[in-house]
Structure formats: C-alpha cells, structure tokens
Write a protein that binds this ligand. Structure first.
Ligand SMILES: [Zn+2]
Length: 145
C-alpha cells in the first residue's frame, strides 16, 4: 500500500530522475511527504529518521541531502559558515534565522526590496543574493523601562 506521503516522495525523486532507493524514498517522505516546504539540517533530519524504522546513518542523511541539492530538489543555505540548512523551497527567498533556537524559516519575500547592489568585479556577474535576517529575542526587561 502506498500512502499519499510516499507517493509525493516518489514523484519528487522522479522529477529529478533520482533512483528511488529505499533510503532516499524514506528521507523524501520525511522532507515533503506532507506537501509543506521544510528547512532541515542533516542532524535534524537524522533525528526525524531515527523515529521511523529507516535505518540510516548521519553520513547517509548528509550525502542524500547533498544529492537532493545537486539534483535541484533542494537548496543549501549556509548561516554561520559552518552550519548548513537544506531547504525544499528552491525559489529565491529571504530567510529568518532565529539565533535563540538555531532555527531557519522563510521570511515574507513580498516585504523585501533590494534597491541596489554593488557592481560585480570585472569578469564576474552576481550569481545569487542570499538574504538571511538574523533574529534575536528582545531582552524582556528592555521593553518595560
Ligand atoms: Zn526557505
């Protein structure tokens, strides 16, 4: 029996002509099975996979996320130079990075205006512009004064 979530995962891999291995199917289902976009780290997806009966290692999760990016199914968003998030929404869009809990979510794209950018150096063109807006919880005491 195939559930709706499994079918979504299979179709998603099919779009990119990725071979639907058991592990890829299981991870695809976790990523887009509910039809929502998702931002994960290799660690968070690994934790989610551990709750199911898919036997995958962290290295496999990481390599699979890379393969999904290479196939154009996901994009990688690097926040601290060290921390990579993987996004199932591959359109250009800004992000909120929640510093207090290390979470990455989409920011409303319609409220973003980039009026001008520096010229690219000679021989280069701008390939993309990543917008990550870092959020920090306001000090509770600050608002009371
Ligand atoms: Zn996103």
């Amino acid at each position: 029996m195939t559930t709706e979530a499994q079918k979504r995962g299979k179709d998603w891999l099919g779009q990119a002509k990725l071979r639907p291995t058991r592990q890829r199917l299981a991870l695809a289902e976790l990523l887009i099975g509910d039809g929502q976009n998702r931002h994960v780290t290799a660690e968070s997806l690994f934790a989610a996979a551990k709750k199911t009966d898919v036997g995958v290692s962290l290295a496999t999760v990481y390599n699979t996320l890379r393969a999904f990016c290479d196939a154009g199914l996901m994009q990688e968003v690097t926040v601290d130079g060290s921390k990579s998030y993987f996004d199932t929404n591959t359109h250009d869009h800004p992000h909120f990075f929640w510093e207090n809990d290390g979470k990455l979510t989409d920011a409303p794209a319609e409220e973003l205006r980039i009026a001008s950018l520096p010229n690219a150096p000679d021989g280069y063109e701008i390939a993309s512009v990543d917008v990550v807006i870092r959020l920090r919880a306001r000090d509770a005491a600050e608002g009371k004064a």
